[in-house]
Design a protein around this ligand. Structure first.
Ligand code: ADP
Ligand code: LRH
Length: 539
């Protein structure tokens, strides 16, 4: 048939999925083949990822997809940022990869700062100096486990690790490597200066490849084991945020907010047009009506997809995105890394895109806060789904307190509901009581943080932000979408939900010569139900 199929494996910090993407030349169809939780492992006080378990899940997904019988061209894996595994001289993983929330990093902060002052780290790499950065983690490992200097042949970032297991080829894909503070912002090559200051031997890095590199074929043993054909292994934009950004349908709906960004006021319209075709999902307009507010359909001009705003990196109004999963990453694409004092001071970071551009980003502690609350409540006998929590937050009504989602007290796993309460107590604010109230405090605080981040991105990039694309699992949370429209004062275009998998599929198909990436926005618009939320007056 004319349908080209690829497998997109998307591993988030909270869950993983194997998605089968079919492209017929116009639309991309994504179908979930296999989904699993990504559960960190605690061992001897350390926090790790179960890499072997994740590989087994990836293999299960490939096996199930192959059993359907239609030919599959390729498989590609994208994952969360900054983490990596150590590979020994025999080509095997030396031990479980550390989780970025592992607490060992606190023991090295002082020495790291002495070796590379944070402002210099930013200037050199373009990455905000956060404790979770790959460069810092490598430094900590080499100090705490000096034997690694003898035993380790390489370190491989998480997607590279899985691509290696699948193809036998070791490579360092640039978008994922660019999350860790190791690359020079200017060249995109390893920074010799940073490596030297941190005592990280350059030989530990695998050869660097650009996003969209066909690494090889699935290893013959795996083809036999999984009963599948010789599908290729493609290193796509293998950082999940880079993949998600590759699926942002820039151009759609931005014109609707003209005047909003420039005048700095919010639209008088209180409704947005729902385009969802998902099951029984209510449109935002219907939801607002249900909530007792007036709703009238917004008049949005029909325009050629992609024609409403300048492409990323060009002058003129831009669309920003917020990739909303375990983390919330607010970003805007720029032609080059932005290394100004203001960017550093505002906590922004720069990461590489598929195709070579730059993303100027703010990493905000995201739905992690809600995930940990859910874990805590469910451990105590509840059985709350993500949708249940969103509904509780909705019915709790506006929150009377706010937290700073990025406060360090929220970083490690633990009793998140109590930490939220304690934060409010310490700040002399009303303390939320019920589950819904706590969830509402979190969601409103996140939306506030998004509002601040969009202002900063706009000011520092010098590009007016006309619209915000909210993608990832969090785009399922209508309250969050609505609050984001309110607090950013911009039209919010929600979806795709599975943006990282969609981006992975688009990049794989482009790498195989089956898709023109320049048409991606139009393809995404045609393929996924996107919903628009207009900023309104009441909050
Ligand atoms: P990651 O890739 O980081 O693991 P996802 O993009 O899968 O994260 O997003 C997961 C988050 O999406 C959950 O923590 C939850 O807050 C939100 N989410 C998922 N499904 C729903 C839903 N039905 N309603 C509301 N929120 C949801
Ligand atoms: C989101 C993400 C983000 C950060 C974090 C560690 O999943 O990739 O961009 O790098 O994980």
């Amino acid at each position: 048939s004319g349908i080209k199929r690829v497998l997109a494996v998307d591993l988030g910090a909270s869950s993983g999925r194997v998605m089968l993407a079919g492209y017929d030349g116009a639309r991309l169809e994504l179908r979930e083949i296999h989904r699993f939780d990504n559960v960190p492992v605690e061992d001897g006080g350390g926090l790790y990822w179960d890499a072997e378990g994740l590989l087994a899940e990836i293999k299960t997904g490939i096996r199930i997809a192959a059993a359907e019988g239609s030919p599959i061209l390729s498989v590609g894996v994208d994952t969360w940022g900054v983490d990596y595994g150590w590979i020994g001289a025999d080509g095997r993983l030396l031990r479980r990869p550390h989780h970025y929330r592992d607490e060992r990093m606190s023991r090295h902060a002082e020495e790291l700062e002495r070796r590379v002052p944070p402002a210099e780290q930013f200037r050199l790499s373009g990455n905000q100096p956060a404790a979770i950065n790959t460069a810092y983690q490598l430094f900590a490992d080499l100090r705490e486990e000096p034997e690694l200097r003898e035993r380790a042949a390489r370190f491989l970032m998480m997607p590279d690790l899985f691509h290696y297991a699948l193809s036998g080829v070791m490579a360092a894909e640039r978008t994922i490597l660019s999350t860790g503070g190791l690359l020079s912002a200017d060249s995109g090559e390893p920074s010799a200066l940073l490596l030297e200051r941190l005592g990280i031997p350059a030989a530990l890095l695998a050869p660097i490849v650009p996003a969209g590199t066909v690494l090889g074929e699935l290893r013959p043993e795996l083809q036999a084991e999984l009963r599948c054909g010789p599908l290729r292994v493609v290193a796509g934009a293998s950082h999940d945020t880079a993949s998600a950004a590759a699926a942002v349908p820039y151009g759609r709906g931005e014109a609707a907010s003209e005047g909003v960004a420039s005048e700095g006021t919010t639209s008088k319209e209180t409704a947005s047009e729902g385009t969802s075709s998902e099951g029984t999902a209510k449109s935002p307009a219907a939801e607002l009506q249900a909530a007792g507010r007036s709703a009238k359909p917004a008049s949005l001009p029909e325009a050629a997809p992609g024609a409403l705003t300048a492409a990323p990196g060009e002058a003129g109004p831009a669309a920003a995105f917020i990739s909303c999963g375990t983390w919330s990453i607010a970003g805007i694409e720029t032609p080059r890394p932005v290394l100004s004092e203001a960017a550093y001071g505002s906590g922004l970071t720069n990461e590489r895109c598929f195709g070579g551009g730059n993303r100027l980003l703010k990493n905000i502690t995201g739905l992690w806060l809600l995930q940990e609350c859910r874990r805590h409540w469910n451990a105590a006998g509840e059985n709350l789904s993500h949708a249940d929590l969103a509904a509780l937050a909705e019915s709790a009504g506006p929150a009377a307190a706010r937290i700073d989602p990025d406060d360090p007290r929220f970083a490690a796993p633990g009793d998140m509901p109590e930490r939220v309460r304690q934060y409010c107590r310490d700040a002399g604010q009303p303390v939320p009581g019920s589950r819904g109230e706590i969830a509402r405090v979190i969601l409103e605080s996140l939306a506030d943080a998004y509002g601040r981040a969009i202002e900063e991105l706009e000011a520092i990039s010098g590009r007016g932000v006309a619209a915000v694309h909210l993608v990832g699992g969090g785009s399922r949370n209508r309250l969050l979408c609505r609050l984001t429209a309110e607090r950013t004062g911009r039209v919010v275009i929600a979806g795709p939900v599975e943006a990282s998998a969609a981006g992975s599929a688009l990049v794989q198909l482009a790498a195989l010569g089956e898709l023109d990436f320049a048409r991606r926005a139009e393809i995404v618009e045609r393929s996924f139900a996107l919903e628009r939320y207009l900023p309104n007056e009441s909050s």
